[in-house]
Design a binder for this molecule. Structure first.
Ligand code: NAI
Length: 255
């Protein structure tokens, strides 16, 4: 193995939902490891700021508008990324949304929106990227961001937990089908990770109750996902495919 097993110099990556939270962090982590990164999201303005930040440490990022529920946009973004940066080696399927409601009250529109983004979006981005990887005969690494909530029942999150469970098994199926092409497909299932979107809740009295259910008695920080991300993105995980790395401070293994 190389002396620096997590080095991504010369690799090309694409991250969905990179405008905020974990996606933004993943893009920075991949760029710091040497990858050229297509940073994609629905809103382009925050992506331009991210690209400037990445250029600040001599990294390379290409901001691209991409709504993962729009199949034509997926094809266009991947084509643009490959034209500007080169053939894709790494895809991080990070874009995701949640809708919170009791199952009896979930609307059809909310159900469709969450499944379209969190499950169908993951499939369509993975499929479009894998088609390119097969055509280029280069293989690649696809990393799907699932959730601890895809491992068991979760109150008020019917569509989200179903979509994330779907992502975990989709990961296994794509791994089986695409191994012959040298494409590895793995998932990361984070527990509660503190980002701008959930910081207020996690630091509220409800958050305190949630924290006590975690064996490590803390919420994760985005940097807690750096090791798993770089492992799955790099040749250090060459013999791993179809895996789901749970990163939750032990929460999902409590009896
Ligand atoms: P976030 O809300 O900050 O980030 C989600 C990103 O996805 C945003 O950039 C948003 O604009 C983007 N997005 C939403 N719909 C999109 C669409 N149709 N097309 C393209 N981009 C779209 O939330 P966070 O926490 O950073 O979540 C990132 C991923 O990690 C999600 O898949 C989430 O389910 C997952 N996750 C997060 C956990 C946490 O505690 N923060 C725990 C477990 C999983």
């Amino acid at each position: 193995m190389a002396t620096q097993p997590f080095d991504l110099a010369g690799r090309v990556a694409l991250v969905t939902g990179a405008s905020s939270g974990l996606g933004r962090h993943f893009a920075l982590t991949l760029a710091r490891a040497g990858a050229k990164v297509a940073v994609t999201a629905r809103r382009e303005a925050p992506l331009r700021d991210l690209a400037v930040e990445i250029a600040g440490f001599d990294g390379r990022a290409l901001p691209l508008a991409l709504d993962v529920t729009d199949q034509a946009a997926i094809e266009a973004a991947i084509a643009a990324a490959e034209t500007e940066l080169g053939p894709l080696d790494i895809v991080v399927n990070n874009a995701g949304i949640a809708a919170t409601a009791p199952a009896l009250e979930v609307t059809a529109a909310d159900w469709q929106r969450v499944i379209a983004t969190d499950l169908s979006g993951v499939f369509h981005v993975a499929q479009a990227a894998a088609r390119r990887m097969v055509a280029e005969k280069r293989g690649g690494s696809i990393i799907n961001i699932a959730s601890m909530l895809g491992l068991g029942g979760a109150s008020l999150l019917a569509a989200y937990s179903a979509a994330k469970a779907g992502v975990i098994n989709l990961t296994r199926t794509l791994a089986v089908e695409w191994a012959r092409h040298g494409i590895r497909v793995n998932a990361i299932a984070p527990g509660y990770i503190e980002t701008d979107m959930n910081r207020d809740t996690l630091n509220s009295p409800i958050g305190e109750i949630m924290r006590k259910k975690i064996p490590q008695r803390r919420f994760g920080q985005p940097a807690d996902l750096d090791g798993p991300l770089l492992l799955l993105a790099s040749p250090a995980s060459a013999f791993m495919t179809g895996a789901c790395l749970v990163v939750d401070g032990g929460q999902s293994v409590v009896m």
